[in-house]
Ligand binder design. Structure first.
Ligand code: ATP
Ligand code: SKM
Ligand code: MG
Length: 191
């Protein structure tokens, strides 16, 4: 797990074995854990392309995730999510931020575990609640208490997220600490 001394150590991409950068790095975890924001920064640090599966699904469908859920339901969204992630993993190695539920789909998870290095970004519920309150676009939180939903999801999902190759706390602030902790975890990871 992470540590949080006073300043982030700027580990460079060179400290990360080329074999790790030769395949996709996939971030999984609950809503608000930082997959999108940390993923973008991590990709920059590693000199790898970045993609956000949620954005790619919206682009492919030509509508927002909230609209996909409302018009076609969650199962339809999960199917599109699986196809989009399969496509992204089959291309050039990249850092990929998944949606919070992607790793729960057996097929999607198998694909990620086979073709990528997966990282569970983990944070405590109060931190997640505070973060998701900043934007209200998440359909699973619509009209419900965010803390209650996130606790329910954590109970079901955390044992599955725990199957990821690496686990890094994203509770530290600012973002750069989390990026540093991921870089350190990558630097010492043995396949
Ligand atoms: N390590 C961090 N330190 C401080 N703030 C963070 C950190 N990670 C994320 N945040 C903030 O939390 C909010 C949610 O982050 P983000 O959208 O990246 O989460 P996500 O995991 O992609 O969520 P979702 O599954 O809903 O897409 C953003 O405002 C982001 O700036
Ligand atoms: O945790 C989830 O199941 C979700 C998280 C978001 O990233 C989106 O993928 C969608 O809102 C569902
Ligand atoms: Mg995201």
């Amino acid at each position: 797990m992470s540590r949080n001394p006073k300043s982030p150590t700027p580990l460079s991409a060179k400290a990360i074995p080329a074999s790790i950068r030769a395949r996709p790095i996939v971030l999984v975890g609950l809503m608000g854990s930082g997959k999108s924001t940390i993923g973008r920064r991590l990709a920059q640090r590693l000199g790898m392309p970045f993609a956000d599966a949620d954005d790619e699904i919206e682009r492919a469908a030509g509508m927002t995730i909230a609209d996909i859920f409302a018009r076609f339901g969650e199962a339809h969204f999960r199917d599109g999510e699986r196809r989009v992630i399969a496509r992204l993993l089959s291309g050039k190695p990249l850092v990929l931020a998944t949606g919070g539920g992607a790793f729960m789909n057996d097929e999607t998870r198998s694909l990620i575990q086979r073709d990528a290095l997966s990282i569970w970004l983990d944070a405590d519920i109060p931190t997640l609640v505070e973060r998701v309150a900043r934007r209200s676009h998440r359909p699973l939180l619509k009209g419900r208490d965010a803390g209650e939903v996130l606790r329910e999801l954590a109970a079901v999902r955390n044992p599955v997220y725990a199957e990821a190759h690496l686990r890094v706390s994203s509770a530290s602030s600012p973002h750069e600490y989390t990026v540093r902790d991921i870089m350190e975890a990558l630097g010492s990871w043995k396949a």
